[in-house]
Design a protein. Structure first.
Length: 255
């Protein structure tokens, strides 16, 4: 596919990837043309147009380079697996769960426009660096909106992806970003993702911290109920914490 004019995200193709996404269940579902079997966005290469260095729409990424940019390579896929557990507990149908599982790994795609030296900083971020990192939600949502314009089949769950990417850092108490949404103003898919993202972040090693054990993650998440996290999602997590722990350990074992 020919690369279009600057600031346009060009997917690999507009039809479903032939390799099935490994965590999807049987069902009709809907599929992004740019998804790989790992559920990671397979835009051709990371290239940033020098004429628009702060424009998220000038970025494209493939799976290999995505892993170089995101310090915790398995984090996007892990969130998708946790989302499946949450969706089942909520009584969602297979196709709805498949949509959510497929969208979840895109939640941090906006970090592709954040300088690597900030993402990999082995220390606490400065207020200015934090402000830059916090932009990844809106820039990531803009990426997905641009990609949606190229989907002539219009079968992909774009609205779910946009909601997850843009709102997964909102907080139940309204003190999150980018819009300060509160409670059920936050889309349910983003509230589900916030739980999955938080658990995996606690468990994962980052340049600036060690990963915490499962038992400590449980206590932290309990404390965040009604503050950062939707109390319903925390209750689901506690009902399924053994499965969360097994999934997390399995991901660590295959790194």
């Amino acid at each position: 596919m020919q690369t279009r004019s600057k600031s346009i995200l060009v997917p690999e193709g507009l039809r479903a990837a032939q390799a099935p996404y490994q965590f999807l269940e049987r069902g009709e579902g809907r599929y992004f043309g740019g998804f790989t079997a790992l559920g990671v966005c397979s835009w051709r290469t990371i290239t940033q147009d020098p004429e628009c260095p702060n424009d998220a729409c000038g970025i494209r990424a493939n799976e290999a380079e995505w892993k170089q940019w995101i310090p915790c390579a398995s984090h996007p896929q892990s969130c998708g697996i946790y989302i499946r557990v949450i969706g089942r507990s909520l009584g969602m149908g297979v196709n709805e769960i498949n949509d959510l599982v497929q969208c979840a790994p895109l939640h941090d795609i906006g970090k592709l426009v954040i300088p690597e030296k900030i993402l990999n900083a082995p220390r606490a971020l400065t207020p200015e660096e934090r402000r830059i990192v916090n932009k990844h939600t809106t820039m990531g949502a803009n990426l997905i909106r641009k990609a949606r314009k190229t989907d002539v089949a219009a079968r992909s769950p774009w609205e779910i992806a946009i909601a997850m990417v843009e709102h997964h850092h909102e907080r139940w108490d309204g003190r999150g970003y980018p819009k300060g949404l509160k409670g059920k103003q936050i889309p349910k898919c983003a509230r589900m993702l916030a739980l999955a993202d938080t658990y995996d972040a606690i468990r994962s090693e980052r340049p600036y911290k060690k990963g915490k054990p499962h038992e400590e993650a449980i206590e932290i998440i309990k404390e965040e109920a009604g503050c950062h996290l939707d109390p319903e999602m925390v209750e689901i997590f506690l009902d399924n914490e053994t499965e969360f722990g097994e999934i997390s350990q399995g991901r660590k074992d295959c790194r």
